[in-house]
Design a protein around this ligand. Structure first.
Ligand code: NAP
Length: 387
């Protein structure tokens, strides 16, 4: 499901057939499905909630004016769901990481007309990328559309954990005033070592935003070294061994994509190598962390806290351990629903980006290289030049 492999059995014959089919089909009306999150009353009152079922990315009239059929729902799970029932003859599926339509092998096998999967946002791990590549499907996302939004949220989450903000605020709402109860586990970020696991668009922006805090050191762990100029810009030192990386950090922020190499990467074995009482922030993907192992580490105090907005299953079930975990001093939980990358500013960017991707597709124009996860030549590569 979570592919990283850059190779794969992508047959030239499949590509050629796809290209021929595309030129025939480009002129005909298309069936476009969108799986978005339900906006309810909020979406009726706030039209800038473009990523909702109600506001439909703001592209309905544009699509219909060209004769395309546009079907939108949040109903995505199980054989009787809207997604399962409609995928068989869809040409395009748009889905969002905030309420992902999981395009697994079973669903992709049913999708006989599908050519394009669009991610309205960043992170296409909800698509079985190896299967999509084998089938010659394109997977395109709106790269960069919410990287500032997520970086800001990660900085906020680091601060709220380190400063023990959540229990202090809850105390106020309860009507209490017990300064020492919250001050006993509140620290300054100044003088701490902060490391990012993944130093791409978001990880780099987090380090940029943390510069004025006078941290002791900034570290990063990534497949590739940053360009020396960029490394200097954020005063960061690369650590090539993951265990050594986590063992030096007071704060670890996770900013790598979910793929075969990162699924469950932060588990009880790796957590043993964290500094006792470190803080962990994950705004990348929930499944990069083992949910039970992280909750146990927070509950025992091995981690002083965990914060983030991404969950291994979304929507997260009521009994998910991340809803209820807390450190032995009653804090250390900064979990929220998946919304860091769907601020109103970000929604406008990813809605516009989605429209541009569709326009390119209808007109047979090349997609922006940075947006391509799987293009018509298979897996894309990224480069710092595009960041
Ligand atoms: P990006 O620019 O592609 O950066 C990701 C970085 O992580 C790249 O440098 C990548 O290296 C590196 N990486 C990949 N696997 C790694 C591993 N095993 N260990 C260490 N580094 C690894 O992506 P981004 O825009 O910063 O976004 C990062 C992730 O954040 C997305 O994939 C998405 O899952 C998540 N996200 C979340 C939200 C939200 O709302 N919470 C919104 C946007 C994005 P290579 O380029 O060599 O692969």
């Amino acid at each position: 499901m979570f592919a990283k492999a850059r190779t794969g059995a992508i047959q030239a014959s499949v590509r050629n057939a796809q290209a021929a089919a595309f030129s025939k089909q480009a002129s005909r009306n298309m069936k476009i499905l969108a799986i978005l999150y339900k906006g309810g009353e909020a979406a009726k009152q706030e039209p800038r909630l473009l990523g909702t079922v109600e506001n439909e990315l703001g592209i309905r009239s544009w699509l219909e004016s060209q004769g395309h059929e546009y079907l939108v729902s949040d109903d995505k799970e199980g054989p009787n769901s809207f997604l399962h029932k409609n995928i068989h003859d869809a040409d395009v599926v748009i889905t969002t990481p905030f309420h992902p339509g999981y395009l697994n092998k079973e669903l992709l096998d049913k999708a006989k007309n599908l050519k394009l999967c669009v991610t309205a946002g960043v992170g296409s791990d909800h698509v079985d990328l190896n299967i999509a590549a084998e089938k010659g499907l394109e997977v395109i996302e709106v790269t960069g559309s919410n990287v500032v939004s997520v970086a800001e949220h990660a900085v906020m989450s680091i601060l709220l954990l380190v400063r023990n903000f959540v229990p202090a605020h809850e105390m106020i709402k309860r009507g209490d005033w017990l300064v020492s109860d919250v001050a006993r586990n509140a620290f300054d970020l100044e003088g701490k070592v902060v490391g990012t696991l993944g130093a791409g668009r978001i990880g780099f922006r987090i380090l940029q935003r943390l510069q004025p805090f006078n941290c002791k050191e900034f570290l990063y762990y990534d497949y590739n070294a940053l360009d020396p100029t960029r490394e200097k810009e954020v005063n960061a030192r690369r650590v090539e061994d993951l265990k050594q990386f986590v063992s030096q950090c007071d704060v670890v922020t996770v900013n790598a994509p979910l793929h075969e190499g990162t699924m469950g990467l932060i588990n009880k074995d790796l957590l043993k190598h964290f500094k006792k009482g470190a803080w962990l922030v994950n705004t990348a993907r929930g499944a990069i962390c083992n949910a039970e192992d992280v909750a146990a580490a927070v509950n025992s105090g091995q981690l002083n806290g965990y914060a983030g907005d991404v969950w291994n299953v979304q929507p997260a079930p009521k009994e998910h351990p991340w809803r209820y975990m807390q450190n032995p001093l009653g804090g250390g939980n900064g979990m929220v629903p998946h919304y860091s990358g769907t601020t109103l500013d970000a929604q406008l960017r990813y809605a516009n980006g989605t429209k541009q991707i569709l326009e390119n597709f209808f007109q047979g124009k090349p997609q922006l290289p940075a947006n391509v996860i799987i293009g018509n030549k298979g897996y894309a590569t990224t480069s710092y030049g595009q960041r």
